[in-house]
Design a protein around this ligand. Structure first.
Ligand SMILES: Nc1ncnc2c1ncn2[C@@H]1O[C@H](COP(=O)(O)OP(=O)(O)OP(=O)(O)O)[C@@H](O)[C@H]1O
Length: 299
């Protein structure tokens, strides 16, 4: 069995990447270091083409995202086994699949507990954890490495939704982004309207759900829309309205399809990586990737 660690040496702190590489070499893994952004994609692509059995990202969500793209580009997502060693700053995705430390990651990889997880698609990009636009994407684009921990907690979770709601109710509402969003299919949308912020999670722990992990094997994405006021909305289904954030401005639901249009090029954050687009079509690739999960992973 050939196993490879694709290591991002600049993610997180030096101590955990060093530990990950030491453990990997001790256990007979090959270790390939990235030298610049984009290398994890190239290395994972090469490994998949060479038929490496287990391709493990050592880094944060950005490195995981690049590795998935590289293996997908080689057409090997259902053949290669992927994993993550959490040596990044936030390590949100690793936590979502029950991996909380460098050592437990190796245990998970070697336990053989592999699940077929869904992937989100946004135009021709993939995401395994989140796709966001509006406030969090803007924050993500301007977040320095040092701010990452702060950002992870506040912008995606505790801070972003309440802050956006505050802004909606204040005189600054007209400065919020105007995203035309359709939640659901074109033929039978659950909601269409103008949003200030759209959060889409495949494995995301959103506020209001007590940070429960979103199921990653159900072919659906978790969606939170912060609506702009003064919009005529079409709400066809009653149940999705927020559980904890019971604001009339908030829509919470699950869907396999969304579309977002912006009047000007707008930032979108996919697993923390930034793209700028005016139009995004989002959907799900059910059970697209074989991933090693930890023993705390909940379906
Ligand atoms: N050798 C390298 N030098 C500079 N940048 C790199 C290198 N290898 C990867 N990168 C870039 O580092 C960025 C951050 O990586 P990653 O998200 O894995 O770590 P993190 O930001 O510390 O963790 P998290 O996203 O979990 O908070 C990615 O955009 C990636 O393209």
């Amino acid at each position: 069995m050939r196993r490879l660690l694709v290591n991002n040496p600049v993610s997180g702190n030096h101590r955990s990447t060093t530990l990950a590489c030491e453990i990997a070499r001790d256990r007979g893994y090959q270790v390939w270091d990235t030298e610049k952004p984009g290398d994890a994609f190239e290395l994972a692509h090469r490994a998949a083409v060479e038929g490496v059995d287990a391709i493990i990202a050592s880094g944060g969500d950005g490195t995981v995202n690049e590795v998935i793209h590289g293996v997908d580009h080689a057409g090997m997502l259902r053949k290669s086994r992927l994993g993550v060693v959490p040596t990044g700053t936030g390590n949100g995705f690793a936590k979502d699949i029950g991996i909380s430390s460098v050592r437990s990651a190796f245990d998970a990889i070697e336990s053989g507990h592999v699940r077929l997880l869904d992937l989100g698609t946004a135009n021709d990009h993939l995401f395994i954890k989140t796709c966001s636009s509006g406030f969090p994407a803007t924050l993500s684009a301007h977040t320095t490495h040092e701010m990452k921990r702060f950002f992870g907690l506040t912008a995606y979770g505790l801070g972003a939704v309440p802050s956006a709601l505050d802004a909606l109710q204040s005189q600054h509402a007209d400065t919020l982004p105007k995203l035309h969003a359709r939640v659901g299919s074109e033929d039978d949308p659950m909601w269409t309207g103008t949003a200030a912020m759209v959060l889409i999670g495949n494995s995301r722990r959103f506020p209001g759900l007590r940070y429960r992990q979103a199921p990653m094997e159900d072919g659906l994405l978790e969606v939170v829309v912060v609506k702009r006021p003064s919009v005529v909305q079409t709400l066809r289904r009653a149940e999705p309205l927020a559980m904890r954030f019971d604001s009339p401005y908030l829509l919470r639901t699950q869907t396999a399809e969304l579309e977002i249009e912006a009047p000007a090029p707008t930032l979108f954050s996919l697993d923390g990586e930034i793209i700028e687009r005016t139009h995004l079509t989002i959907s799900v690739r059910p059970k697209a990737v074989q991933f090693c999960v930890g023993d705390q992973y909940e379906y």
